[in-house]
Write a protein that binds this ligand. Structure first.
Ligand SMILES: [Zn+2]
Ligand SMILES: [Zn+2]
Length: 242
């Protein structure tokens, strides 16, 4: 048997997997990732049979310890905010949240015409050892230099952007599914609309798409719900505008 090894990945505690190819009985196996837990090569010579696949739903929140072992808390444990002992990583993933980011675009013209007052200049971090950077808060321009060089008086970089805000908003899966199934919207459009709706619009959509919650546009509840968003701002009765 010839073993042709391309690589081996290890963490501090164990082998993740080895990536290798084996020559046996006159043939090569395809390159395969072999986890340490496999005791033999036997499985790699089986011709895979077509079959259906069922993947168990994944957790949205779990703890992990240094050895990569998972601890999935129960709903009650989540409510009690209990940390299991020995687990110092918390993973969370959010399938029904829309992530929205706002970037401030820096304009090279503004940077070039700025006088970069020294009171507005701040060091930036995250650089490798002998490099340093700074930023002018007035124009948003940045500079980078080697530690033993002098700062340039004129060369400021303005072709960049700063993330000034990032936010998440949730969407209701039953509403998005109903909107998509109706044929009115593609899935991504339904998600964007549901996640950007105020409470009043979300309820109105739920009613319109036949869910067992929500209320009709123009109904008493609709008027009472004092929320407003880009979809209903022109419909809000005047006395409710704040
Ligand atoms: Zn400046
Ligand atoms: Zn609205």
């Amino acid at each position: 048997m010839i073993v042709f090894r391309l690589g081996k990945w290890t963490s501090s505690s164990q082998v993740f997997f080895v990536y290798e190819r084996i020559y046996i009985n006159g043939m090569w196996t395809p390159f395969c990732k072999i986890r340490k837990r496999y005791k033999s090569w036997f499985g790699y010579f089986h011709k895979p049979q077509p079959r259906s696949m069922y993947i168990k739903p994944l957790p949205t929140l779990w703890f992990e310890n240094e050895r990569g072992e998972k601890y999935i808390p129960t709903i009650d444990e989540i409510k009690e905010v209990k940390m299991p002992e020995g687990y110092n990583y918390l993973h969370s993933q959010f399938p029904t949240r829309l992530s929205h980011s706002i970037l401030k675009l820096i304009n090279q013209k503004d940077v070039d015409s700025c006088n970069h007052p020294s009171a507005k200049i701040r060091p930036t971090d995250g650089w490798v050892d002998d490099v340093e950077g700074r930023k002018c808060l007035k124009c948003g321009g940045t500079q980078v230099k080697k530690k033993d060089e002098k700062w340039s008086e004129t060369k400021w970089n303005g072709n960049r952007s700063d993330e000034i805000s990032r936010g998440d908003s949730g969407w209701s899966p039953d509403l998005v599914l109903a909107m998509t199934n109706s044929g009115d919207y593609e899935l991504p459009d339904a998600i964007l609309i549901a996640a950007n709706s105020c409470s009043r619009c979300m309820n109105a959509l739920a009613y319109q798409y036949g869910l067992d919650w929500g209320f009709q546009v123009g109904s008493e509840e609709w008027v009472k719900t004092g929320t407003s968003c880009q979809f209903c701002e022109f419909e809000v009765p005047e006395h409710q505008v704040q």
